[in-house]
Ligand binder design. Structure first.
Ligand SMILES: *Cc1c(COP(=O)(O)O)cnc(C)c1O
Length: 432
């Protein structure tokens, strides 16, 4: 049996191998991103050893003199970047944010309208996830498969029929803005609360490039802070406090509702990320969307069935491809991994077998953070197509992936661009 020291040493080595591998990979997972050097610095600080409960100035124990100032800066920046009256930056992930919102807006047995999992909805919106744990009855919007969006008339009919306590929107496969303006009248007609899960698109909303849910009839936004928003793995809740008592119930939903300590190092890293977003967020979001469209076009021209060609493939960071003709999503994703191209298989609305999805999902945000532009997307499309369409052996494509990727080593759209994107501080040598 290996000694405890050997095991600790192995974990260090595996972690290094992971980082070295990702440096040589083309990262296309739509829910991931790269933090800036300044955000990584504060994430990797003593803050990660500390505790705080409650709100700045109203803590349950000592030691939070600087933590309070950091959290106040973070909240102020969040309100400014998203132009809203209320921000809570303490939920520790997107799912935890959703649990807090569920606690704030619903009671057991309440009815909620949601996007179905197969149409891109998230597990936390479903019976098998957090929503089910709250005992919520869910009803799925009819979906327009051709346009990969909610069917407006169908959704209006459903909301009128069901009269939900809450209408929830937002997806994990999120190609186009949700038609909120078009449904707004129905929300007020039935008097439901409205909630928008922006986990995937928070960075695009911050850059004013996707949609503006709080100005389109939404009461509460929740989200992850590490997908298109390139921050630490954490969560966030935003609102304009359009309903009576919302501030108190959201605060209580987060704490004591679903968190105790709220990961102070992540709050600091989020604050840095939001400051950088205020400075560079519009240029970044603009390029993310341009790159996604270019990637969609590049894959399409190389014989791949990219969804929604008639709509320019996407208005977000994501493109989706039906790869049924190339052995399906699972096999394609696995083959690409062997060529150092990392993405995931994904259910499509017309999938009949949930364990054999026919789609793959691709995100442009991390490549954009590395400074890539439209012309680089054409190269990425070519590398993907060599494996998927031309059927070249992944091992043959892999060296070209590595050569290509080594041109892009730094994070852009941030302060202190100098640091290598995938290198974290480490001490040399073996454990003594
Ligand atoms: C990723 C995602 C979440 C969950 O976020 P975590 O930070 O991973 O907990 C919630 N909702 C949607 C729509 C997502 O895509």
């Amino acid at each position: 049996m290996p000694s405890a020291k050997d095991l600790a040493q192995s974990v260090r080595e595996l972690t290094r191998k992971h980082s070295a591998w990702f440096k040589d990979c083309i990262p296309l997972i739509a829910s991931e991103n790269l933090m800036s050097p300044a955000a990584r610095e504060v994430l990797n600080s003593d803050l990660s050893n500390r505790y705080a409960e409650g709100l700045p100035g109203k803590r349950y124990y000592q030691g939070n003199i600087y933590v309070d100032q950091i959290e106040t800066i973070c909240e102020d920046l969040a309100r400014e970047v998203f132009a809203c009256r209320f921000a809570d930056v303490r939920s520790t992930s997107g799912t935890v944010s959703n649990m807090a919102v569920l606690m704030a807006l619903t009671k057991t047995r309440d009815k909620m309208t949601t996007v179905a999992l197969s149409d891109g909805g998230h597990i936390s919106h479903a019976k098998i996830g957090a929503t089910g744990m709250r005992g919520i009855r869910t009803f799925n919007y009819p979906f327009d498969e051709k346009n990969m969006n909610i069917d407006i008339e169908g959704a209006k009919r459903l909301i009128r029929e069901v009269k939900p306590k809450v209408a929830l929107f937002g997806q994990s496969v999120f190609l186009f803005p949700t038609p909120l303006d078009e449904m707004k009248d129905v929300f007020s007609e039935v008097g439901c609360s409205t909630w928008y899960d922006a986990a995937h698109v928070l960075g695009l909303i911050a850059g004013r490039k996707f949609q503006d849910p709080l100005r389109e009839g939404i009461d509460v936004i929740s989200g992850s802070t590490h997908k298109t928003l390139p921050g630490p793995q954490h969560g966030m809740i935003l609102s304009d406090l359009t309903k009576e008592g919302l501030e108190t119930s959201l605060r209580r939903g987060v704490f004591p509702g679903v968190t105790s300590n709220h990961h102070l190092h992540s709050v600091a890293a989020l604050a840095v990320t939001l400051a950088e977003t205020r400075e560079f967020g519009e240029a970044y979001a603009d390029q993310v969307i341009r790159n996604a469209k270019a990637l969609g076009q590049g894959l399409f021209e190389r014989g791949m069935e990219v969804l929604c060609e008639h709509l320019g493939f996407t208005e977000s960071h994501t493109v989706v491809v039906d790869v049924e003709q190339f052995q399906g999503g699972a096999k394609v994703a696995k083959n690409l991994e062997a060529a150092n191209i990392i993405l995931n298989k994904n259910l499509l609305p017309w999938d009949s077998d949930p364990v054999r999805p026919c789609g793959i999902r691709i995100g442009s945000q991390e490549l954009t953070r590395l400074g890539m532009k439209e012309k680089d997307m054409v190269e990425v499309a070519e590398l993907v197509a060599r494996v998927v369409v031309k059927g070249e052996a992944p091992e043959k494509v892999k060296p070209d992936v590595i050569d290509f990727k080594r041109q892009f080593t730094k994070v852009h759209y941030c302060f202190f661009e100098g640091e290598e994107a995938y290198d974290y501080p480490a001490f040399d040598g073996d454990l003594k």
